[in-house]
Ligand binder design. Sequence first.
Ligand SMILES: [Ca+2]
Ligand SMILES: [Ca+2]
Length: 115
Amino acid sequence: MFGDKALKIIFDGRHPYIYQQKMPSKKEILNKLKILIARKFDSDKEAFDFFNKNGNTTLEKSELKKLLQDAGVGWITDEIAARQIIAKFDDDKNSSLSWKEFKKAIKALADEENW
Ligand SMILES: [Ca+2]
Ligand SMILES: [Ca+2]
């Protein structure tokens, strides 16, 4: 279902509003992440620790989403991208990314063009 468009429909009680955003490619997301990390952190690990707000050993979807938002991924596509990244790189299937999985994700995002 992942084409290049992401849609979100919001009701204000009377009217539906349809928002549409272009889904960024993996490479675009990776570039954004790399820029964020280079600007604000000394290393990938420091970024991981910073966004691991609850101080456990993994980035949950909400934490990963915040990271993507801070990197400038749009507010519709951040949710989809976070879900996709976890679905793809969560090797032990605990619905979140350990440091090891996160590292692998950063590395692998560079290798593939699209979702
Ligand atoms: Ca966490
Ligand atoms: Ca995991």
